[in-house]
Design a protein. Structure first.
Length: 316
């Protein structure tokens, strides 16, 4: 065999063998990591430390909060921006916890038109979390980018945007536009005067006392709208029930649809609108009094289900 071929063969063999050994080591390593994290899930949360910091956010910039794992609570009405971070570790005792993670650190920087605040990201997977409490002026625009954990926003008069991969989202007492996306988790929005867009992959969407255009979309879960003051409503679910109950006589446009599930629309007395219903497989019931659709009403209600029942009724 020629020397060059021998050398090439040796190199290829070493690379292949080394790669196989490396993959086996990685497999064993990640298996052990997974075992450790799974075993830690049954342990209680232990506090390992906290940090608090105030930030001088330039006027006119949107505040962006980044969170990897932990709950985020936003409270509007503060004079400035203050962030409190508390870190927890799953461990048998507080002493054990201190050996697994360090107290959190906070940092802030200008990023384009925004001011971004984040904590350090410790190792430990789901065995380490950092909860954030943020106080900020009510009129400051806000965006939250979270991976895992519950997000709660209250008392803001500016625009709010929340994106969470896995976790519940609750927005309440707002006076600006709200845009929420949850990959997996329930979305609850209450008492908001502004346009609301809510999107959920897997979870329930519940909107109550919303004044402003509404667009609620869910791929797997129920969509419930109660006491809405909006004249433009779109509520859809791929798999789940859709229930819409306006809080005032309705004469706007309303579209309620589900792929699989039931659709219920309850209209208050004094509503004036045409009603269009459709089902692929299911039953339709329209028990509205004749005066709702008499003449040439200004509103339009479209209620449909591909597989399920549609019920359009007068609110009690």
């Amino acid at each position: 065999m020629r020397p060059k071929l021998v050398i090439t063969f040796v190199i290829v063999f070493a690379l292949v063998y080394g790669g196989m050994v490396g993959l086996k080591w990685l497999d064993r390593h990640w298996v052990e990591v997974a075992k450790t994290q799974l075993s830690d899930l049954g342990l209680p949360w232990q506090r390992v430390g906290a940090a608090s910091k105030s930030f001088a956010v330039p006027a006119g910039r949107k505040l962006v909060i980044e969170s990897s794992y932990g709950d985020v609570t936003i409270l509007g009405g503060g004079r400035g921006v203050t962030v409190e971070a508390t870190r927890y570790v799953r461990a048998e005792t507080a002493r054990d916890a201190r050996g697994k993670a360090k107290p959190p650190t906070l940092s802030g920087e200008i990023a384009g038109e925004a001011f971004k605040i984040a904590t350090d990201r410790p190792s430990g997977g789901f065995g380490v979390k950092t909860d954030l409490v943020v106080h900020l002026p009510a009129g400051m625009a806000l965006a939250i980018e979270a991976r895992t954990g519950k997000v709660t926003v209250s008392g803001l008069t500016a625009a709010v945007k929340v994106a969470v991969t896995a976790g519940e989202v609750e927005v309440k007492h707002g006076r600006g536009a709200v845009n929420v996306h949850a990959g997996a988790g329930n979305v609850t929005i209450t008492d908001v005067r502004g346009a609301v867009t809510a999107d959920a992959g897997t979870g329930e969407i519940t909107l109550d006392e919303i004044t402003g255009p509404i667009a609620a979309t869910c791929r797997a879960g129920n969509v419930t709208l109660h006491r809405t003051q909006s004249d433009r409503i779109v509520a859809t679910s791929s798999v789940g029930n859709v229930d819409v109950s306006p809080g005032k006589p309705f004469s706007g446009t309303l579209k309620a649809h589900t792929g699989t599930g039931n659709v219920t629309v309850s209209l208050p007395n004094g509503s004036r609108c045409r009603v269009k219903t459709d089902v692929g497989m299911g039953q339709i019931q329209n028990s509205l009094p004749p005066e709702v659709e008499a003449g040439h009403p200004p509103g339009l209600v479209e209620a449909s289900s591909s597989m399920g029942n549609v019920d359009v009724t007068a609110a009690e």
